[in-house]
Unconditional design. Structure first.
Length: 133
């Protein structure tokens, strides 16, 4: 479901509503999947459902930190011919900061500017640290 929704989104052949429907189903099956949460949050943002997007983006951020680094490490160590999961993760993966930027945008849309500013400040600090390294 996740892969199909992303493919349709990239090809712009389907409505946002259909992608939200598919990703909602994917999240109900595997709520601990940060990719599904991320893309559902993205489509909800595009549909103007900012409060729902906030919920899913927060879940994506939490799950990304908890699951993805370990999952990538495990799957990368697998033999190349059995590492379909690793390639799938690479295909649908997104920078962790993408969730934070989108979350801050959603928060500002629902008049939670103080929370949005905190996230933007955090992101700017991270980017400055990375630039200095």
């Amino acid at each position: 479901l996740l892969q199909a929704a992303i493919k349709r989104y990239n090809q712009s052949k389907t409505s946002i509503a259909r992608n939200i429907q598919d990703l909602t189903a994917a999240v109900s099956i595997a709520p601990e999947t940060p990719f599904a949460q991320h893309y559902l949050g993205l489509f909800l943002y595009e549909a103007g459902s900012f409060n729902q997007a906030i919920f899913h983006l927060k879940a994506a951020i939490k799950q990304y930190k908890n699951n993805i680094p370990q999952l990538l490490k495990i799957t990368k160590q697998a033999k190349p011919d059995t590492s379909c999961l690793y390639h799938f993760i690479q295909q649908v993966s997104h920078p962790e900061n993408a969730d934070l930027y989108l979350l801050a945008a959603c928060l500002s849309k629902v008049n939670k500017s103080t929370e949005a500013i905190k996230i933007y400040t955090q992101l700017i600090g991270q980017e400055n640290e990375e630039a200095l390294q």
